[in-house]
Design a protein around this ligand. Sequence first.
Ligand code: MRU
Length: 348
Amino acid sequence: MNDTITVISLTPSGLRFLDQTRLPRETIMIDTADYRIVIEAIRSLRLRGAPLIGIAAAYGLTLAAREWINTEQSDYDLFYDSMCSVCDAFAATRPTAVNLFWTLGRMRKLLGRRQSPETLTTVLEEEARALHADDARRCTAIGRHGVTLIPPHAGVITHCNTGALATGGDGTAFAVLLAAHRQGRDIHVFADETRPLLQGARLTMWELLRHGIPATLITDGTAAMLMRQGRVQVAITGADRIAANGDTANKIGTYALAVNAQHHGIPFYIAAPLSTMDMTLQSGDAIPIEERAGEEITRIGDTWIAPEGIDTYTPAFDVTPSELITGFITERGLLTPPFTETLHDPHP
Ligand code: MRU
């Protein structure tokens, strides 16, 4: 990502972040000192992508702590209760990406120290910055490990957006694409548009263009034909939550892509940091799947594309069964089947 673009950063006066709903036409930054604005931004996908949602919540909690100490109350118990309510509000924004709950868990643990609100505010801020930097390092490592799986001159298909816009660094699946491009592997990326909110068309194509990576935008339904034509050698996506058996929740349409890849004998990789693994869930059946408003598929902007008042079904994510996944590209390297053994105890 070009250094002049900030996706998210904490400043002395508040939080500055890029409004992703306005891309690619407009690059609008939002500056706020109000954690409620951050909650709204996560709900409305101004801030999105599994790792970035977690980072945004950590920064948002820091804003809430700063706001609290400005009231000049010094009672620890009141502060603790107030911050726990804010954590609950962030936890209620989006249910599927586990990174959000992982970072909130780390923040809650720090809040459990009986220290002054001023001290804890500094502690929370340092932790939020550390989580951000840590995710950036994980992205770099994912790119380093994943690049070895990309043959020269490969056509690589991806789904949704997994780049700097979705993480604290170069991305997950996108980090692999970027590393392959930087190593001169002469790859060509096919980006699924990713209905209905078009993260592939609006965001991934924008990022690919900024890095000069050769790429073609396709509708989600084009993937199978492209594979049959022999133009795709590898499929790679990110993840929002990975269960202990390897079943993986990611943007709606990922499952169909994995089925298509298996049918055509194409390896299907998931690139994700270990913070996306949820070892408390035995299988993907237990992953909570967010459902979005029906209007996200009946309208594009202000334009109705379906009759008003119709029935809709709008899961934002689907679960790809582990048997369709060739391997997980993590910051610790490639994890291959049997996943019940290789995904064991992934958290550092
Ligand atoms: O609804 P979104 O845009 O937050 O969904 C994002 C995805 O599904 C990504 O593929 C996933 O978070 C992995 S990104 C590093």
